[in-house]
Design a protein around this ligand. Structure first.
Ligand SMILES: Cc1cc2nc3c(=O)[nH]c(=O)nc-3n(C[C@H](O)[C@H](O)[C@H](O)COP(=O)(O)OP(=O)(O)OC[C@H]3O[C@@H](n4cnc5c(N)ncnc54)[C@H](O)[C@@H]3O)c2cc1C
Length: 388
């Protein structure tokens, strides 16, 4: 029987998309005798789905960046600092030379980028996977008037499988808008067999056709080994080399070092969790979002995406509140996800479905249109308004 009279401390590690949802909802749903502490190292939250827009100048930094002051107002205790150590058995973390101990630990630390693991990459281009890189690409694109644009996916897995497709389509559209399209070649290089291949061969084929219809050359199964920054050449494991003038890349992803050092990652390199309730093998320790590794029945990992992190966050909140209050019943994360695919010129498509469907994920691709683009814009505004 739970002790419903004693206040609990819930430590939420990481105040990104998943952590903000968990901390906010727990604070709203638990009485004030329980403590919700959020530990985050960055001062501001960045809404990543809008980074491709920032890269082409339709958003500015301030449009997609928010302080977490609203969480503090709600009663979430925010500790700003770098988590240096996690002890999952003791449910303790070290930050700013202090040790915090929780009754519950929710790990929502996302991914760490490892650009430096590919020689020459950092010197040769910029990534649209963080706000500084996206801003630099915006500056670089304005100086670029002819030549070759390469959108490069460096390795698998990477978050938001649609983002590189969006980036290529938006950059291509930008060239048309600036009347330089005839002087530009756009290429996509990726280790994947096709775009969003987990959505099924038919959907992937359709997406690829959409990219190619815009005269973007899609180079599947190209795994970069190094980039010759001086001569502007990408070198791939299959022996192919490719020239570029403007390089926009998706960096290699890995679990954050603090998570690896804590012995939390499994064979996949990510934190193994129960796919329905997000529990790790440690008592009262949960992990959600990009930092987790969930193997689907088809043998591939559940994609890393905000919509997934959000859905998992809601389930973990529900179940912790249920456990603490002793009321209601527990919930399961059911593997559903949806994702807009911005295609430029005021249009967007969408992929949605169920990744946990048996015997394989069931995904539907919706053709690009103006309404879907408005939906994406509305979602951005709604999300930033609701949580910040
Ligand atoms: C370009 C781009 C476009 C995207 N588009 C979409 C989209 O359209 N739809 C969609 O669903 N998803 C999209 N995503 C993916 C989505 O942003 C992520 O999947 C989502 O943010 C994952 O949430 P998370 O909480 O797991 O991790 P994050 O949101 O990355 O949060 C992790 C947090 O942990 C903090 N942290 C890490 N280490 C430490 C430490 N040692 N100490 C303290 N704090 C730490 C980080 O600062 C960060 O705030 C996109 C991502 C990118 C990059």
């Amino acid at each position: 029987m739970n002790d419903v009279t004693k206040g609990k401390t819930i430590l939420v590690l990481g105040g990104g998309l998943g952590g903000v949802v968990v901390a906010t909802e727990l604070r709203k749903k638990l009485s004030s005798k329980h403590k919700v502490i959020l530990v985050e190292r960055e001062n501001n939250y960045v809404f990543s789905p809008s980074l491709p827009w920032l890269m082409i100048g339709t958003r500015r930094r301030k449009d997609i960046t928010r302080s977490r002051a609203k969480l503090t107002k709600l009663g979430v205790e925010i500790i700003s600092g770098d988590i240096e150590k996690i002890n999952a058995i003791q449910r303790s973390v070290q930050v700013n030379q202090q040790t915090l101990i929780g009754d519950y630990l929710i790990i929502a630390l996302g991914v760490e980028y490892a650009d430096e693991t590919i020689p020459g990459l950092v010197e040769a281009g910029n990534t649209f996977y963080n706000i500084d890189g996206a801003e630099k690409l915006n500056e670089a694109r304005l100086k670029f008037n002819s030549g070759r644009i390469a959108v490069l996916v460096t390795s698998l897995p990477f978050k938001c499988p649609a983002a590189p497709v969006e980036a290529a389509l938006l950059l291509e559209n930008d060239c048309r808008k600036r009347n330089i399209r005839d002087a530009v070649q756009v290429d996509m290089y990726t280790p994947e067999p096709g775009p969003m291949s987990l959505s099924g061969p038919e959907n992937s084929k359709q997406l690829r056709a959409m990219v190619e219809a815009r005269n973007i050359t899609y180079h599947a199964e190209h795994k970069v080994t190094e980039v010759d920054a001086e001569n502007k050449k990408i070198i791939f494991a299959n022996g192919v080399t490719a020239d570029f003038d403007l390089l926009a890349y998706v960096p290699p992803h890995q679990a954050p070092k603090v998570v690896i050092d804590a012995g939390l990652v499994g064979e996949s390199g990510w934190i193994p969790v129960d796919k329905f309730n997000l529990k790790t093998k440690f008592d009262n320790v949960y992990a959600i979002g990009d930092v987790t590794g969930i193997k689907l029945s088809v043998g591939k990992p559940l994609p890393k995406a905000g919509v997934i992190a959000h859905g998992q966050a809601e389930v973990v909140v529900h179940n912790i509140v249920h456990e603490i209050s002793g009321q209601g019943s527990s919930k399961k994360f059911e593997g559903r996800g949806a994702c807009f695919i911005e295609t430029g010129a005021g249009k967007a498509g969408m992929g949605n479905g169920n990744f946990y469907a048996e015997p394989k994920p069931q995904m539907k691709l919706h053709k690009p249109g103006y309404l879907m683009h408005l939906g994406k814009v509305a979602f951005e505004k709604y999300w930033l308004f609701k949580w910040f």
